[in-house]
Design a protein around this ligand. Structure first.
Ligand code: HEC
Length: 116
């Protein structure tokens, strides 16, 4: 084998290695998101957000449907809204982690342009 060929083989090996690492990272990330959104669902149920809000059109009628809320609000505004409340919505003293879980829960919902 010429040195050039050896170099080529080594490069190929490194590229394959990086590709596998990339795939593993992606799978890990997807799992993380699923886990977080499951925890977010728990926060949603535990604080009974559904008594006022709907997702997919199901739930209370006092407040906006939250199916597409992550298209409308950034995480910062979302967090502020929940922890500060508004005239119409009571404030919830959730931890940063709980807010992140909730946000990934809403992010995991199928987007639908018809609901508001
Ligand atoms: C007592 C009824 C009530 C409960 C319970 C409630 N909300 Fe709300 N929420 C509202 C109302 C009413 C608004 C509209 C606020 C406004 O326009 O002032 C709102 C607005 C919001 C918004 C902004 C929606 C938008 O489209 O801008 C988010 C996000 C939100 N609520 C999340 C939550 C979460 C998460 C929970 C549970 C932890 C929750 N709410 C519990 C009444 C409620």
């Amino acid at each position: 084998m010429t040195p050039k060929k050896i170099l080529f083989m080594l490069a190929l090996l490194v590229i394959t290695y990086l590709f596998i690492i990339f795939i593993l990272y992606k799978v890990h990330k997807t799992k993380d998101i699923t886990l977080n959104s499951n925890k977010g669902l728990k926060v949603w149920l535990q604080h009974k957000c559904y008594s006022c809000h709907k997702i997919y059109g199901l739930g209370g009628f006092l407040a906006p449907d939250l199916t597409n809320v992550t298209n409308r609000l950034s995480f910062t505004n979302f967090s502020l809204l929940i922890t500060e409340g508004t005239i119409n919505m009571p404030k919830f003293l959730l931890s940063k982690l709980e807010l992140l879980y909730l946000f990934s829960f809403f992010k995991s919902l199928e987007p639908s342009k018809n609901l508001r």
